[in-house]
Write a protein that binds this ligand. Sequence first.
Ligand code: ADP
Ligand code: ADP
Length: 228
Amino acid sequence: MLIQTINLSKSYSNYNVETSGIQDINLTINQGDFISIMGPSGCGKSTLLNLLGLLDAPTEGQILYKGEDVSTFSPKKSASFRRDYIGFVFQNFNLIDSLNVYENIELPLVYQKIAPSERKRRVHQVMERLNILHKEPFFPKQISGGQQQRVALARAVVTKPELVLADEPTGNLDSARGQEVMELLAELNENGTTVVMVTHSQFCSDYAQKVLHLFDGQLVTENIHLGR
Ligand code: ADP
Ligand code: ADP
């Protein structure tokens, strides 16, 4: 078992107004799973993904990673945990505008103190896989939304993380590019990476082995896809 959530809940409080993000989520994620989280807008998908990625802390409940409770980690400890184990693909990309495509993808390897020659090899490998080699010297503002999305995916997977968390990974892509991204995620998954993805798209969800449906902050059903 890679991740277990126990009565995981998150509520937001703004100007004395409480909004529930998710409530009492009990979920098990095994190593090598490919999980899709679906549900209507506002049902808590991003909230759950942010908690699983230690980007936010729960208001109640726990998240265990390989049995260790990570929900009480300090911000610093969370950051180093993320850097070592998790790759994120955010809906809004979160690319750094002052770095070019190559440098954006390279950054997580710099943080991991990987040697320059090895960084170059790995960055080029993933750029080639995602058809963005020709965009190497460009800055995020100079490339299309779809290309930015593929740069964001490249950055998420270049460290070969144990867990990839993806929020609408094909949201801005046409169907051919979307399929490329899903095939890369499926390939990573076949090589042992655990993938948890949030999506509105049935096309994307069909790549997953397991589909979780959220409604109003609660887990309503869990389907297993057989014979992917
Ligand atoms: P999606 O439904 O596609 O996940 P949203 O537009 O609901 O996107 O949310 C985008 C971002 O805005 C998320 O990071 C979420 O945490 C934040 N957000 C959503 N609702 C609120 C809100 N009521 N107040 C402040 N931030 C919010
Ligand atoms: P989804 O990703 O499924 O669209 P979210 O996780 O973004 O859903 O939101 C779940 C609920 O939590 C919504 O009611 C949303 O408005 C609320 N919410 C999300 N982020 C925030 C925030 N930062 N502040 C206040 N409310 C939020």
